[in-house]
Design a protein around this ligand. Structure first.
Ligand code: 7TS
Length: 416
């Protein structure tokens, strides 16, 4: 079914505000998404009626809070097609999920001479934890290249994965180019080499139907705040049995079984990785975000984004003096659209369109390896979500026309 954005936008209080005297046009969804009232209300409801620490009290509030928190583990599992809620760990964000694996799995499994295969389109959060791990263990990093269309060079990737490869870690969808990577194919390469495959799902879990079993990956990481949920909640899914093989990441309360003076034993399942009081309220509110997405259906979310992305790419390239990076075919890309305006720095563009109430992002998008590959210091990026409408793309194009006019004027004035 087509998403009825006019009705749905009423669920998002922030979308009715004005910025610089204009209706807000929010096109920075790859950075973080806006929150529906159901999520905001879930936070208030929790604090007003259920607030208690979890897993430790037997009083009614503690039991209710524990059930609500644990219920979201099952919802998060369902959202990515995972079979067991016990394979889901709550973290702070995608970044922490990846760092957890680098510490809890990487420190024990990697040795000097082992190799970690990444790609040039990774976000820094899927690069730096592996650089730190390499520095601790003596492992080497290898980076797969990208072709002119902004897609992974799969032949090169295949040639990089060999008997020394212990880990392959790739993004499911690029936050800069929008490219969707063929994870099932990469999973086969990793499996043949006996390497672990981690998928950075920060940009896919919010926008695509995801089935970790069908993808064949071993680890999948994503963030609640990029999919209608609150900040401060991340998810780590690991294939059945893998969490049990991993050492704890942080030590403290909640993650133990028995503590003795000479040492301790660990709690079972995900609790081993959730030391201390977790972000109870935000996890529970994330449950409301998952319900919201579930009610819409991820297939319809994807269809809506394909439509608006195709419209945006055509409008941007048709407006003159603008180049869109990355694949243009919406079957192989998502709604993060990076573009250049000839002769104008992205920060200047972003500042001018903001004066028209349009929020886009300019910068390196935490992907400096990719910027170097594209030979640019930064890009402009518009990124879409389920509440965006074609008229908002039109507003972006109008604001960009104004920016081009301003800079055209400035240039001709300085030329005189
Ligand atoms: N991986 C990808 C592919 C991302 O896009 C991001 C955030 C992260 C990891 C890290 O997520 P976090 O929740 O841990 O911060 N991407 C962006 C972005 O494109 N603009 O701001 C944040």
């Amino acid at each position: 079914m087509t998403i009825d954005t006019a009705r749905l936008r009423e669920d998002f209080p922030i979308l009715s505000r004005e910025v610089n005297g204009r209706a807000l046009v929010y096109l920075d969804n790859a950075a973080t998404t806006q929150k529906p009232r159901a999520v905001i209300d879930a936070l208030t409801h929790y604090y007003e009626t259920q607030n208690a620490n979890i897993h430790r009290g037997i009083h009614t509030l503690a039991v209710e809070a524990t059930e609500a928190y644990e219920g979201v583990r099952a919802k998060a599992a369902r959202h990515i097609g995972a079979r067991n809620a016990e394979d889901i760990v709550f973290t702070r964000n995608t970044t922490e999920s990846i760092n957890l694996v680098a510490r809890a799995w990487g420190d024990a499994k990697l040795r000097e001479g082992d190799e970690i295969v990444l790609t040039l389109m990774e976000h820094h959060s899927n690069i730096v934890p592996w650089q730190l791990l390499a520095a601790r263990t003596g492992a080497q990093l290898r980076y797969a290249d990208i072709d002119a269309a902004g897609q992974l060079d799969l032949d090169e990737l295949r040639s990089l994965i060999g008997e020394r490869t212990k880990l392959v870690s790739v993004t499911h969808m690029s936050n800069v180019l929008g490219t969707i990577n063929p994870i099932a194919e990469i999973a086969e390469m990793a499996r043949e080499a006996g390497a672990l495959l981690l998928v950075d799902g920060a940009q896919s879990a919010p926008h695509l139907p995801v089935d970790v079993e069908a993808l064949g990956c071993d680890v999948f990481a994503f963030s609640a705040h990029k999919m209608l949920g609150p900040t401060g909640v991340g998810v780590l899914w690991a294939r059945a049995g893998l969490l049990a093989e991993m050492e704890p990441f942080l030590g403290g309360g909640e993650m133990i079984s028995i503590v003795k003076p000479e040492g301790s034993t660990w709690a079972e399942g995900p609790h081993k990785f959730e030391a201390g009081t977790p972000n109870i309220a935000d996890v529970i509110a994330f449950g409301a975000a998952l319900d919201y997405l579930d009610a819409l259906g991820m297939a319809d979310v994807r269809e809506h984004e394909k439509r608006i992305t195709a419209y945006a790419i055509e409008a941007l390239e048709g407006s003159g003096g603008i180049t869109v990076h990355g694949p243009h075919d919406v079957e192989v890309r998502g709604g993060a659209v990076s573009f250049e305006v000839d002769g104008v720095h992205p920060h200047d563009i972003s500042t001018i369109v903001d004066a028209y109430g349009v929020a886009i992002r300019a910068g390196h998008h935490c992907a400096q390896l990719l910027m170097r590959h594209l030979s640019v210091p930064a890009t402009n990026r518009a990124s879409f979500y389920l509440y965006n409408e074609e008229r908002e793309v039109d507003a972006l194009i109008e604001a960009l026309d104004e920016a081009k006019r301003v800079f055209g004027r400035v240039e001709s004035r300085t030329a005189v």
